[in-house]
Design a protein around this ligand. Structure first.
Ligand SMILES: *Cc1c(COP(=O)(O)O)cnc(C)c1O
Length: 478
């Protein structure tokens, strides 16, 4: 047995490289990262992939490959096609971030692997995450006692907020088909997904009338709630967006909160995209109503430029959140303390989880808030700038003045179908690849979007985008 243990140990210990080996591995990874970042300004933002082609992925076997071989595979097959989210030219969908300091936070979090799910196990990590959530709460004007959770993204955060609302309103299974959820047709699809996952798929969905800037009309909400009550339905949830994904519309949250207060409805604000613009003086007032919500979702992997994997949800009523998610397992009896000292696991569907806070905290510490705020202010201004400049190009028409950092526009050809033309225009841009622009349908029209949120997007990118659009439209218009 001892011989066998020694043999196993010898092989198992390969999982623990010594300092010299670690240094060599770090150098290899660092060189790769540097090469990537140095080449980035010249890289395309979009490279088409033959999605159906067979690929050769190195097999997992008992035998190790060298780091060089592994990185070479990444370089040739992973870091090449599709959208390059690290590029400032990514102005499609809602761009993500990827600030370097966040990667260092992840690196350290993974090396020391503190357990961030339970206060007893990782008190320092849990406290740090709680302080980040309190900080976010203070940004939006939530009370000190609000609860929250750092999630993997906005979809999980929406699910968490909606489940907390379901608990608070004690939605009973038998009533679900008579319960009503109010939202905008502009609401992100993760809301409907969350409802379904939360067992609320049978709720009645009321898509409310929007104003000319794609915002919910509060009077439409008030009327709909009254009608539904008169029809013996059970209104309980209103979903507002602080920055819709499509057009960046901010619903009139304050006025919606008035209705929710009068009618005792849970107000969930999906601010996954727009929430952190609350840091900007220019958007503070627009977003002020978030302070009156019951639950709010914000995505640091959008508005704070973190790499993917960072969402957050804040819930005013911590008891509702705790009721929704707390469990006690016998094997964790040593970990259970005062309820006042809730663990992330008591406020989330997750138990074991990465120490997500560090990738957020470290950048905030070593950069300070100023460059984050400046970058967000810059994005607001760049969207206005794009909106102003593109309409100077003959043939282009624009949507409403951007409320945040999304501008919509399209080219109207002298003859032929505009929808078809703009589809071709998108194809041209994708073939070019220097920037990545996406499209959507609003009011049953095919429109193009410039969604400016990547921290590497600056004025030169916007000028380049306008140049590419102008050239491509001219070419297509013949
Ligand atoms: C991006 C987004 C989501 C989804 O968030 P993920 O982090 O992608 O899961 C939800 N709502 C809005 C408004 C968004 O922009």
């Amino acid at each position: 047995m001892l011989d066998e243990l020694a043999k196993l140990e010898e092989t198992a210990r390969r999982l623990e490289p010594d300092q010299k080996q670690r240094a060599a591995l770090n150098r290899g990874v660092e060189a790769y990262a540097n090469q990537f970042l140095n080449a980035l300004p010249g890289l395309k933002t979009y490279v088409a992939d033959d999605l159906s082609a067979a690929t050769q992925i190195p097999a997992i076997s008992d035998n190790p490959a060298s780091l060089e071989e592994a990185l070479a595979y990444l370089a040739s097959a992973v870091d090449k096609t599709g959208i390059n989210p690290a590029s400032g030219g990514h102005i499609g969908y809602i761009p993500g971030g990827g600030i370097y300091a966040a990667a260092l936070g992840d690196y350290l979090a993974d090396v020391f692997n503190r357990y961030a799910g339970v206060l007893f196990a990782g008190p320092g990590a849990v406290r740090l995450e709680k302080s980040l959530l309190r900080w976010m709460g203070s940004l939006i004007g939530f009370p000190e006692g609000a609860a929250g959770d750092l999630t993997s993204g906005g979809s999980m955060a929406n699910l968490t907020g909606i489940v907390a609302g379901r608990e608070a309103h004690e939605v009973r299974a038998v009533d679900i088909p008579r319960t009503v959820v109010y939202l905008s047709a502009q609401a992100h699809h993760s809301i409907e997904k969350a409802l379904r996952v939360a067992g609320l798929g049978e709720c009645v969905l009321r898509f409310l009338e929007l104003d000319e800037c794609y915002r919910i009309r509060p009077d439409a909400l008030a009327t709909a709630v009254e009608t539904d009550r008169a029809d013996a339905l059970i209104p309980w949830l209103v979903v507002a967006s602080a920055g819709t994904t499509d057009v960046g519309a901010v619903d009139p949250i304050d006025a919606l909160a008035d209705v929710c207060q009068q009618q005792d409805l849970w107000l969930h604000v999906d601010a996954a995209y727009g929430g952190f613009f609350v840091l900007c003086d220019a958007a503070k007032e627009l977003l002020g109503g978030m302070s009156r919500a019951d639950s709010v979702v914000m995505d640091p992997h959008k508005g704070l430029f973190l790499p993917y994997g960072s969402g957050a949800v804040l819930v005013r009523d911590q008891a509702a959140m705790h009721r929704a998610f707390a469990y006690q397992a016998h094997y964790m009896q040593d970990a259970i303390q005062d309820v006042a000292m809730m663990s992330p696991a008591d406020l989330s569907p997750e138990l074991s989880r990465p120490f997500r806070g560090l990738r957020l905290w470290l950048p905030l510490m070593i950069h300070g808030l100023a460059p984050f705020r400046a970058a967000l202010d810059e994005k607001l201004l760049l969207a206005k700038y794009f909106h102003q400049e593109i309409q100077k190009v003959p043939g282009f028409e624009v949507g409403p003045e951007p409320q945040l950092s999304v501008a919509t526009y399209r080219y109207v050809p002298k003859k032929g179908d505009a929808d078809q033309f703009n589809k071709l225009l998108i194809d041209e841009l994708q073939k070019d690849g220097r920037v990545f622009v996406s499209s959507t349908r609003v009011n049953d029209r095919f429109v193009l979007r410039a969604a400016i949120l990547n921290f590497r997007t600056h004025r030169d990118t916007v000028d380049l985008t306008i140049e590419i659009l102008t050239d491509a439209a001219l070419r297509l218009a013949g």
